[in-house]
Design a protein. Sequence first.
Lengths: 469, 285
Amino acid sequence: MDPKERMKIPRQPMPEQDPKERVSNFYEVPHGYTPELAMEEAKRCIQCKKPLCVAGCPVNIDIPWFIRLVAEGKFVEAARKIKETNGLPAVCGRVCPQEDQCEKVCVIAKKVEPVAIGRLERFVADYEREHDEVTIPDIPPWTGKKVAIIGSGPAGLTVAGDLVKKGHRVTIFEALHKPGGVLVYGIPEFRLPKKIVEAEVDYLRRMGVEIECNAVIGKLETVDELLSNGYDAVFIGTGAGLPYFMNIPGENLVGVYSANEFLTRINLMRAYLFPEYDTPVLKGKRVVVVGGGNTAMDAARTAIRLCPEEVKIVYRRSREEMPARIEEIHHGEEEGIKFELLTNPLRFIGDEEGRLRAAECIRMELGEPDESGRRRPVPMKGSEFTIDCDVAIIAIGNGPNPLIPHTTPELKLTKWGNIVVDQETGRTSKKGVFAGGDIVRGGSTVILAMGDGRTAANSIHEYLTTGKW
Amino acid sequence: MFEIVEKRELAHRVCLFRIRAPLIARKRRAGQFIILRINEHGERIPLTIADSDSEEGTITIIVQEVGKTTSVLCSLKAGDRLLDVVGPLGKPTHIENYGTAVCVGGGIGCAVTYPIAKALKETGTHVISIMGARTKNLLILEEEMRSVSDELFIATDDGSYGHHGFVTAVLEELIGEGRKIDVVIAVGPVPMMKAVSSVTRTNGIYTMASLNPIMVDGTGMCGACRVTVDGQTKFVCVDGPEFDAHQVDFDELIRRNRTYLKEERIAMEELTYHEGPRCYEKKGV
Ligand SMILES: Cc1cc2nc3c(=O)[nH]c(=O)nc-3n(C[C@H](O)[C@H](O)[C@H](O)COP(=O)(O)OP(=O)(O)OC[C@H]3O[C@@H](n4cnc5c(N)ncnc54)[C@H](O)[C@@H]3O)c2cc1C
Ligand SMILES: Cc1cc2nc3c(=O)[nH]c(=O)nc-3n(C[C@H](O)[C@H](O)[C@H](O)COP(=O)(O)OP(=O)(O)OC[C@H]3O[C@@H](n4cnc5c(N)ncnc54)[C@H](O)[C@@H]3O)c2cc1C
Ligand code: SF4
Ligand code: SF4
Ligand code: FES
C-alpha cells in the first residue's frame, strides 16, 4: 500500500459503553480495539523514515516498529517491542495525553487524523496480558546491592523494574495499603481498571521486587535510617500528595471534599460499593466540582456515577484553557456533566448543622495573559450568584507532601517544597538519594514520572557499580 | 498481616489489644497513633498507641465500640490477624519537665492520656491526673494511671465512683485552691475538651487537646482530618493530633465528625442483620 492509500483509511474509532448505561456503573468506558480494528488502524501508519512520533513520546517508544508488527498481526511481539522502553504500556495506552505527545506530532496529522498510537499500545498490552503471554525476563545474579524505593506510583514502579533487571535487590515502601500511587487511589476504575495496575505490580513481584505496604517513610523509618540499615541507594517517588484548598469561607463545611479524599474513598476504599465495603462517601444531590484539569474531570465523572441529580464543573477560565484531556471533557459531557465556565467560587454556605447548602460564585472575564501565557481571569463586579449544592469537590491541584523533606533536612527543595534534582541523573543534593516524578515536577503525568524513573534507575545503577557521586 | 497476641476486656464495650508490629513498637512515641484496616472490605480507622513493648515487638491499643469497625474489631480474639496496620502517625507529644501538668482523660480518652502521663512522669513533671467516665464500670486504666500519676482524681457523671460530676469540676476545684498548674492536657469526647478548654482559658493555663477527626490516609494526602486552629486549616494527621486547645474550633470538629451519621447507622444495621445478634450485645454489663 502506498502512503496515499494508507491515509485514505479513516481513523478507527474505539468501541465504548453507551453513555446512558455507563453513568450508573464503574466499568471501563472504552472496550478497546478488536484485533481486526487494530490491524486496520495500524495500516494507517506510513512508516516514516524520520518518525516524529518517537520524539513526541517522552520514553521514545519505537512507534513505527511496533505498529508494523500490529499490522502484521504479531501482537505479542509488538507488546515486547514497547516494553523495551515502557514498562507500563497498558496504563500509558489508557491515560497518556497522546493528543499532546506522540499523536500531536504524527506526520499524517498534518493532513488527516493522526494514527491512534495510544489505542494500539493499549491493545497490544491487553492482548499480551489476556493471552497469558507475559514472560518474566531472566534476572541476573544478585550484585550484592540493595535499593530502597519510596512510593509505588509510576515513578517508583519504573525504577524498581529497571533495577531488578540489572540484578539489584529492590524494596518498595508504600504508605497506603495498596501499591500503585495515583493509579490506584486517584484515577478512577472506569478509566483505568485496578486489575491492570494489579497485574503490573504482580509482574514486578514475580521479578523479585519486594513491596512493603503500610510503610510511611519519615515516620516508620527515615531516609537516613534506610541508608544506614543496609540500603545502598534510595529513590524518592512520593508524588504530589498534598491537596490545595482555596482558603475561602466555608471550605470546612460537611460535604466539601478535596478531590484526593473523594477519589480515595471511592477508588481505594470502594465507597461506591458501600455498605458492602465499610467506607462511606456523601453522594450528594447536587455536586459542584471546582477546577478544570484531569482531576476535576475524574472527580465529576466519578460523582455522576453515584447518581445525583446534577454535577457541575465550575472553572474560572474558558473551555480552551481547560487542562483536562479533550477526550475526557467529551466523555464527561456525554455523561451529562454541566459546565459553569468563567466562574469562580467565593464562599461556601452551610445550614445550621454545618452542612453544605450552596456555593456563592462570581463570573469571570479573560484579561491580559499571565505567566503561564493563558489569559488571566478577572472577576466581573456585581455578577455574584449562588449554585445550590450539597457536595463540593475541590480539584485545584496538589503540592508536594512534606513528610520526607521534613525528616531529611539535607534535601534541597524549591520554594514550593519540591525536591531539587539534577535533570540528567535524578540525583538530589544528598549522596545516594535520587528522586523523580511528581515530588520533583509538581503535578505532571504518568509517562513523565516513568521517564524520571528510567533516568534515575540508570544513574542509580551507575552509582552502585562505580561508587562515584 | 498483624497478629493480635492478647485481647482483654477493660470495661463494658472497651477492649485492649496487643498487636505484633515490631517496627512501629520500636519507633512510636507518646501521642502517636496508628491506622488499621481489619479486612479487605474494611474502613481505615485511627487509634492511639496506648503503650508498646519494643523487645516483644508489640503495640497496645484500647478500643471503644462505637460503630461498625470498632464493633468488629472488638469481636476479634487473640490469634486473629489484622490486614493492615500503619504507623506511627502524627507528631509525638512534646514532652519536657513542665513543672506541674494536669492530664484530663474522659472515657476512652484515658487511653491517650496514659502514655502522655507516663512520658511526663519520666521527665520529673508532677503529674496530676483527672479521669472521667459516665459510670464506674466504664472507667478504664485506673491502676495504670495511678502508677504514673503523683495525684489521681476520678469523676463519674452518676456519682457511682469518685467525685459526682464532670472532670471540669475537679479541675476548677484545683484551680480554685490556688494550685500552680503549668499545662493541661485534655483528651476525650470533643464536648469535654471544649469544656476543659474554656475553664483553662479564663484562668490563662496553656492547654493541649488531642483531636479525633475522621481520617482516611493519615499521611496528609486527603484533607479529611482538617480542623480550624487559630483561623487556619490544619491537617490533624500530620500537623497534630495535639493542638493548643484555646485556638481550636471545637464546634466545627463536632459537626465534621457527624458527617456520616446516616451511613454509620446503615453500617451497624448491616452488621446486626448479617451476623445476627452479636456477642457484644450479650457481653456482661
Ligand atoms: C485524579 C488524577 C488523575 C490523573 N490523570 C492523569 C492522566 O489521565 N494521565 C496522566 O498522564 N497523568 C494523570 N495524572 C497525574 C499522574 O497520575 C501523576 O503525575 C503520576 O501518578 C505521578 O507519579 P509518581 O510516581 O510521581 O507519584 P504518585 O503516583 O503520586 O505515587 C506516589 C506514591 O508514594 C506514596 N508515598 C507518599 N509519601 C510516602 C512516604 N512518606 N512513604 C511511603 N510512601 C509514600 C503515596 O502513597 C503514593 O502511593 C492524574 C492525577 C490525578 C490526581
Ligand atoms: C488520632 C485519633 C486517635 C484515636 N484514638 C482512639 C483510641 O485510642 N481508642 C478509640 O476507641 N478511639 C480512638 N479514636 C476514634 C476512633 O477512630 C473512632 O471511634 C472510630 O473511627 C469509629 O469507627 P466505627 O466504624 O466503629 O464507628 P463509626 O460508625 O464510624 O462511628 C460511630 C460513632 O462514633 C463516633 N465517631 C466516629 N468517628 C469518630 C472519631 N474519629 N472520633 C471520635 N468519635 C468518632 C461518632 O459519634 C459516630 O457517630 C481516635 C481517633 C483519632 C483521629
Ligand atoms: S507512552 Fe504515551 S506518549 Fe509514548 S507512545 Fe505511548 S501513548 Fe504515546
Ligand atoms: S509519525 Fe505517525 S505515520 Fe509516522 S511513523 Fe509515527 S505514527 Fe506512523
Ligand atoms: S487523614 Fe488524610 S490528610 Fe489527614
